[in-house]
Design a protein around this ligand. Sequence first.
Ligand code: NAD
Length: 440
Amino acid sequence: MEKNPYEIAKQQIEIAARKAGIDDTMVEWLKKPVRELTVNFPVKMDDGTTRIFTGYRVQHSMARGPCKGGIRYHPDVTLDEVRALAIWMTMKTAVVGIPYSGAKGGVICNPKEMSQGELERLTRRYTSEISIIIGPERDIPAPDVYTNPQTMAWIMDTYSMNKGYSVPAVVTGKPLSIGGSQGRAEATGRGVMFTVREALKHLDYKVLAPNQWHKRIKAEKKNDGDEGTGYRIDSATVAVQGFGNVGSVSANLLRRKGAKVIAISDSKGGVLNPEGLDIDKLVEYKKRTGSVLDFEDTEKINGMDLLELECDVLIPAALENQITEDNADNIKAKIVAEGANGPTTPKADKILFEKKVFLIPDILSNAGGVVVSYFEWIQSLQQLCWIERDVNVKLREIMVNAFNNVLEVSKEKKVDMREAAYILALKKVAEALEIRGVYP
Ligand code: NAD
């Protein structure tokens, strides 16, 4: 039960709703997705056979605006997982204050064993199946685990072909050439970096004020958008689980801001170098070899052991249920920043809180992706093209503001950051439902 993500999401709502003073009927309403679509559909495979796949699209809420949420391709996708991910999207969009509600999609498949042609046909048919409930004003998908800008391009094209004109605002996380946003690919990792930096400041770590690193920043990318206002991390060690979009960008940006990334893992295992890893080189290496294993000057470490390393910041950025009651007591990091959705179970949350580990919950820490998706959607609707610097500056403002709002609730109510984020989010969603009323 403890590891069923939907049960966990409902539990998280119940715990926070009590402290937020939300009544029982509202809690029942908030725990149930408003709409769930299951689709079973055929795809022609390269060997001439036809296989039947199952996919889902769950819309958790419509209270605060159109539905928004990624699409996951993974053999372990379940309806309950998609429900949980949809709930977390509702909470996430409310925490950062953007006018969306939560949704999520998934297809049970193993993309690692499928050709590009098979993935394209699967994506196009799945899009066609769920097109009865998605659309720029209704529900806007984006990438998640094992889907990427190419997947979004196929969705956008399929949806557009059926409309007879281009509808770029139907998805976000698109390639730049068809209306994607500058900064979207790095947005989730950049958001993780901003929240980690705020947490380090809060915990009195050595973070240098702007004038102290002004010279050093000049050597960094000009369009970073962080000059003069941010703070540089100067003493933190970081371990990252997962080296996909979220893990690799979080690691890279934290390193650029001065942190030392000592360990990284992917689905095949992990690598460790206490002196710090060159993340740019590691990204190249993984692209070439398919894994981080055997990267130069590293020793091999077991993926689960990485979680228990002595370090300042631990970033689980792979999948759910990684920090559980079985290993929470062994976590030595001072800060856990959840790049992934749902990496920590409620029992582990309690153990970490008692150990005074500062946890930045997923619905805050990894919200950067949906924030820039929101920017992309705005640009697609209005045929605008923002420059990367503007995207990054706006993202920083929203993430830093959200972090400090959650921190304030956590201090005021004497609860951990997850409960604080839920209290904040639930109040906003409940208020929206209340003010809209019950139809008819
Ligand atoms: P991705 O497909 O780009 O990368 C996933 C990574 O996890 C890969 O490197 C894979 O090797 C690794 N991995 C898988 N199983 C692992 C294991 N057992 N141990 C260690 N590593 C493992 O996916 P992503 O987009 O980076 O998403 C990662 C997580 O972040 C997911 O929980 C996703 O829901 C969440 N997330 C993603 C975004 C986004 O914008 N992409 C936004 C918010 C949250």
